[in-house]
Design a binder for this molecule. Structure first.
Ligand code: FES
Ligand code: FES
Length: 168
């Protein structure tokens, strides 16, 4: 069936099988391979994207369910050539090693900061608890999210807006 999904602000119309998962639609039909597919059991969270601004595991969503909706992937975090604060935080705090979990972690962190601009460590750990990282021990991921929160607070105080890019 034919669907139109807006991904990172751009509408895409494709013919897909009703059984196609969103993760495979993104990777195989749109070549957006930043969304990772890490398990067959909906446990790892590597596939997290935003569906209408809410984090979802894209391996549990059918592409046809996204017809007429908006999806944001890791490729859509950067705006106008500037990395999102969360992306900067992961770079500054070494919040990744192999990087396999990183896109999903960053999208969940972005959602968290959109809804709680100053989360404490417990809130961050709870929010990312549905996602697995085999490398970092999570410590630097938490630091990265805290760094991003502080960076955005600093920019807001300087009158540059609460968030990177054009988001409000
Ligand atoms: S690929 Fe593992 S939860 Fe989606
Ligand atoms: S950085 Fe390797 S799984 Fe998280």
């Amino acid at each position: 069936m034919q669907i139109t999904v807006t991904v990172n602000g751009q509408p895409y119309t494709r013919d897909v099988e009703p059984r196609l998962l969103l993760v495979h639609f993104l990777r195989d039909h749109l070549a957006l391979t930043g969304t990772h597919w890490g398990c067959d059991t909906s446990n790892c969270g590597a596939c997290v994207v935003h569906l209408d601004a809410t984090p979802v595991k894209s391996c549990t969503v059918l592409a046809v369910m996204c017809d007429g909706h908006e999806v944001t992937t890791v490729e859509g975090l950067e705006r106008d050539g500037e990395l999102d604060a969360v992306q900067k935080g992961f770079a500054e705090c070494h919040g990744l090693q192999c990087g396999f979990c990183t896109p999903g972690m960053m999208l969940t962190a972005r959602w968290l900061l959109d809804n709680d601009p100053d989360p404490d460590e417990g809130r961050i750990r709870e929010t990312i608890s549905g996602q697995l990282c085999r490398c970092t021990g999570y410590e630097n991921i938490v630091r990265a999210v805290r760094w991003a929160a502080g960076h955005e607070a600093g920019r807001a105080a300087a009158g540059e807006g609460a968030r990177e890019g054009t988001r409000t």
